[in-house]
Write a protein that binds this ligand. Structure first.
Ligand code: 6LW
Length: 547
């Protein structure tokens, strides 16, 4: 973690600007206000909306998908699919988010939601027919026409993961695509006939995340490629006309950290969007990951900010430093500092509703948690579901891991009545790679157990440690020092005992988990494992802090 002095903080900011799972950032400006949206996959509520006035400090103000009436998430048992990369735009008093509801076997469906207040409420989803694949974007031209941009698999793909970029006009009232669908970029056209060396193919893979901008009467098309990992990069094309032909910039890619060693502070940089400030500066938001303990990226893909000089025909990213690179810190935008209060470290559960930073897996179909009875506690009902599938909504409430080094502590009241009943804390990268610290019953006696789940060839579940308990009150603590985890517990909040020390956390990383798109979450969990139960766990507070 980069820690700048107070003096330096006035001139520099640190990346990421949105830590923890916040991939595929898209940004728009309305006057002096900036709004950003990021992907959430099968987590709910979906598509967090962040607000800023200085591009450096951000506050979560709501969600694009906040009600089950807006759309039905397409469930899948194996993969965390659903809401991929969104684009946010503002035009004439209305905010637009265009996004994909991803299903297995590419039954992806693209939709638009609208709002006059970006904090919500957002409209129900208007689905777009005839728009295949992921990463839709909208462009509002100054002649009143609106264009859809997306990616697709060409009719005759030359290599695996060969994608093209297409544009079509769209009616912003009926959301029908109109006129001709034009494929404006097809990397296969340029390279057909050449034998592609592995590395070149890598860079031409996965053309995605297209966005159009207009500057000095020219249309610019920004596209990411190379896949969302070590080869991730962003390139740019320009044209006199929206439908092309698009001219390639010979200094592409304009951003990539691919040449850096894999333990570089920020890697995987790509999937970008641009914004011009009210003062005429240009900035790029894009995703990046922070590897630690080697090549491990437990927190997944986060949102970064990098400056752009666009005084010439083509933009230059990070003009004052190593060009085209995303660094741990950059000089701040020329905007007044506008900080918000920090996200709560300790949630005492005193409010009527859950804080905006808490998340579920899938949409709750019943209200299995309660903050009002008893007041000041979060009561979570035990239900048959476990965090082992993406097709159900388990009794799991979690927040993002945002720090490499963190401490999470909670105080829980729970009295298990059978071996099926378990409640406690869960550190989870996906439904296969987790650390569970749970209280349960075994041979009629109460225990706290540490269970590690990981995918090797299949999911394995290991009991790493267990200790007997005497009370129903249990304090649980997980401490992470980079890739080392300590687990401890206490029955009075004063005397702590280790359950396990120095456990390797890297099963929560991209390298070893199935959660390619997501990041690690930590939270409270209760289950009755396939059986029905009337039991519940009461959480008094939950604390998460770090650096
Ligand atoms: C997203 C695609 C990508 O739709 O990952 O990095 C996908 N880029 O553009 C999911 O986040």
């Amino acid at each position: 973690q980069i820690d700048l002095s107070d003096q330096a903080k006035k001139s520099y900011y640190t990346n990421p600007i949105l830590p923890g799972m916040n991939p595929d950032p898209s940004i728009c400006r309305v006057g002096n206000d900036y709004y950003m949206v990021t992907s959430t996959f099968g987590y709910y509520p979906g598509l967090p909306i962040y607000h800023s006035r200085d591009l450096v400090n951000w506050e979560r103000i709501g969600y694009g998908i906040h009600s089950p009436e807006q759309l039905k998430l397409r469930k899948d048992t194996k993969d965390n699919l659903n809401l991929f990369a969104a684009t946010i735009r503002y035009n004439n008093g209305v905010f637009y988010i265009i996004n994909t509801n991803v299903g297995r076997h590419h039954e992806d469906r693209n939709f638009v939601i609208t709002a006059t207040n970006p904090a919500g409420p957002w409209s129900e989803a208007h689905y777009i027919e005839g728009a295949p694949r992921i990463d839709p974007s909208l462009f509002f031209d100054d002649n009143g026409k609106v264009y859809y941009t997306g990616n697709d698999v060409p009719k005759n793909p030359v290599w695996k993961n060969h994608r093209n970029i297409w544009i079509q006009e769209i009616d912003p009232i009926t959301w029908k695509l109109v006129g001709e669908k034009v494929t404006v970029l097809n990397p296969g056209d340029y390279y057909r006939g050449f034998m592609l060396a592995g590395e070149e193919t890598e860079m031409l893979n996965h053309y995605e995340g297209p966005h159009i901008y207009k500057k000095n009467g020219q249309y610019y098309l920004l596209v990411s490629h190379g896949g969302t990992s070590w080869n991730h990069a962003v390139s740019i094309w320009k044209s006199e006309k929206i439908m092309g032909p698009y001219e390639y910039y010979d200094k592409n890619p304009i951003v990539t950290n691919r040449d850096y060693p894999h333990d570089n502070y920020i890697h995987h940089t790509g999937h970008a969007d641009l914004v011009e400030t009210q003062n005429g500066e240009w900035w790029m938001v894009l995703l990046g990951s922070r590897p630690y303990g080697g090549e491990y990226t437990n927190m997944g893909r986060e949102s970064c900010l990098v400056p752009l000089n666009w005084s010439g025909t083509w933009p230059v990213v990070n003009p004052l430093g190593p060009k085209g690179r995303v660094m741990p810190f950059h000089k701040r935008p020329y905007l007044e500092n506008y900080p918000f209060s920090e996200e709560k470290v300790r949630d005492n559960f005193n409010d009527k509703d859950l804080e905006l930073f808490w998340n579920f897996i899938q949409v709750p179909t019943e209200k299995w948690w309660n903050l009002e009875n008893p007041k000041g506690k979060l009561k979570i009902k035990l239900r048959p579901f476990e965090v082992d599938t993406y097709s159900e909504n388990p009794s799991f409430i979690a927040r993002r891991q945002t720090y490499k080094n963190f401490t999470a502590v909670t105080k829980m009241e729970f009295s298990p009545t059978s071996e099926n009943e378990m409640a406690g804390m869960l550190l989870s990268r996906d439904v296969y790679n987790q650390f569970q610290v749970l209280s349960t019953l075994k041979n009629g006696e109460k225990y706290v157990q540490l269970i590690q789940k990981e995918v090797v060839t299949d999911t394995t579940q290991k009991l790493i440690a267990e200790k007997k308990l005497t009370k129903n009150t249990l304090y649980l603590k997980i401490t992470a020092l980079e890739q080392r985890l300590d687990f401890s517990f206490s029955e009075d909040g004063e005397t702590w005992e280790y359950l396990a020390k120095n456990i390797d956390a890297s099963v929560l990383s991209n390298a070893l988990s199935m959660g390619r798109f997501t990041g690690t979450f930590i939270g409270m969990y209760a289950t009755s494992k396939d059986k029905t139960s009337d039991n519940f766990a009461l959480f008094d507070w939950f604390e998460y802090s770090g650096y």
